[in-house]
Design a protein around this ligand. Structure first.
Ligand code: AMP
Ligand code: GLY
Length: 435
């Protein structure tokens, strides 16, 4: 198949690596991609969020399937434009992408579908703030309604910290969303969804805070692991039955059927799974771990979803064992990541690139010795989350060892990563509330 992947993160690199690893002779293209993806795909410098530019590229490469990674092009209607032009697309319409793009839409769909989620209230003036905070906390959950990607969210037991964040958002002219705190370990469950048809992938857990022990600000995600040894058997089916299937059905009822990947971000509360957020796409960094364990050909699942034949897809097959992904972030991520730092040792299997650009030796063949004395190409950092390493193993402890061994071989000035991805699960420190 000729497959065009849209996006430039480690998630898209993981998708390309999985497609490349199928052993079929797929022809892979990516736009805009990044320097690390050149070994598996042809890069195209195209604005991923511009519908007409993506359609023109799909025509130029003769794509049999277009896979859209990030939410921005989905919300911008890139999938609609491609479908209108006759292409098979993995990714929802702009309308269905509102499940991620609009918190109000998501809450409305969940209420109609009877799905458990946090109570929420929009506060748009400082005068309402104190009474609203008293009603919701502690613990306080304060979200900047003008921002996405988890970065405008503060979860804190500290009333003053909650007030300061809320007032900052209001001063910036953004409404503030207050939510009830959902207590319980978090699960990311990805599902292929085609109308009412739902096929879950392995459950994973993200690590959102920048520092070890869940300290510091929220980020896009610093690492993830799969499967979840602490998650009771049957939980994935419960999440499908109580959360994902009712929402998929409600979207069909509203004539906004979802086609693509529906990501449920959940807290496993004492009342059952409750939704923290929906995303209309694969999650990053969970995808890097989940796809490392997928044994079935990814292209078949993506094509079946895009083609409306998901019901006929054979059950997904998974490798035994576990996978762990750890993100290497740039100095000062998430506040104001520094760019341009030289990265060495990043050109090897298990390393997935995100915020990287080619180093000075760009143009030399992969595997050639470089001026830095390290085998492989050299790169410089070009974003906050620079790359992900993925370790697999017979169990979570072994997968962790492998991931951190890979990271040991990579150097970047100011680079930082969490050392405890998956550790609480290995040490048996995660349990469900009331268990
Ligand atoms: P969001 O951008 O809404 O996904 O929020 C980012 C992160 O903040 C989530 O992944 C959770 O870790 C945390 N969070 C958000 N909302 C809640 C909530 N209502 N209760 C507990 N934690 C939350
Ligand atoms: N891992 C969080 C996200 O992709 O939104």
């Amino acid at each position: 198949m000729r497959i065009l992947v849209i996006g430039s993160g480690a998630r898209e690199h993981a998708i390309l690596a999985a497609l490349h690893g199928e052993g079929s002779d797929h022809e892979l293209h990516v736009a805009p991609g990044n320097a690390g993806m050149g070994a598996v795909a042809t890069l195209h410098e195209v604005d991923a969020a511009a519908p007409s530019a993506v359609v023109a590229l799909a025509r130029e490469v003769g794509a049999d399937l277009v896979v859209i990674g990030p939410e921005v092009p989905l919300v911008a209607g890139v999938a609609d434009a491609l479908r209108d032009a006759g292409f098979a697309v993995f990714g929802p319409s702009a309308e269905a992408a509102q499940i991620e793009g609009s918190k109000a839409f998501a809450k409305d769909v969940m209420a109609a579908a009877g799905v458990r989620t946090a109570h929420a209230r929009i506060v748009d003036s400082a005068g309402q703030l104190d009474a609203a905070l008293a009603e919701f906390g502690p613990t306080y959950v304060v979200k900047d309604d003008g921002l996405a990607a988890g970065k405008g969210v503060v979860v804190t037991p500290d009333l003053e910290a909650a007030r300061v964040h809320a007032l900052t958002c209001l001063e910036d002219g953004h409404p503030v969303l207050l939510e009830s705190f959902l207590d319980g370990p978090e699960v990311s469950l990805f599902c292929f969804v085609d109308g009412e048809e739902v096929v879950p992938l392995l459950p994973a857990q993200d690590h959102k805070r920048v520092g070890d022990g869940d300290r510091g600000p929220n980020t896009g995600g610093m690492g993830a692991y799969t499967p979840l040894p602490w998650l009771p058997e049957g939980s994935v089916q419960t999440i499908v039955d109580e959360v994902v299937a009712p929402v998929a059905r409600e979207l069909v009822v509203r004539d906004v059927p979802f086609s693509g990947l529906l990501y449920a971000g959940l807290a496993m509360t004492s009342d059952g799974p409750a939704v923290i957020e929906f995303n209309c796409r694969f999650g990053d960094p969970e995808t890097q771990a989940v796809l490392a364990l997928l044994e079935s050909p990814l292209s078949e699942a993506l094509a079946a979803t895009a083609g409306g034949t998901l019901a006929e897809l054979p059950p997904l097959r998974w490798k035994d064992g576990a996978a762990v992904t750890v993100v290497l972030a740039a100095e000062n991520y998430p506040a104001s990541p520094r760019k341009g730092d030289v990265i060495t040792g990043a050109d090897r299997p298990g390393v997935l690139h995100a915020g990287t650009a080619a180093g000075e030796d760009a143009g030399m063949a992969a595997g050639t010795a470089t001026g830095t004395g390290t085998a492989g190409k050299s790169y410089v950092s070009a974003g906050g989350r620079v790359l992900s390493v993925v370790g697999t193993g017979t169990d979570l402890a072994a997968a962790r060892d492998e991931a951190y061994r890979l990271l040991d071989g990579i150097e970047m000035r100011g680079g930082h990563f969490r050392t405890d991805i998956g550790l609480a699960a290995v040490e048996g420190r995660i349990s469900l509330p009331g268990a």
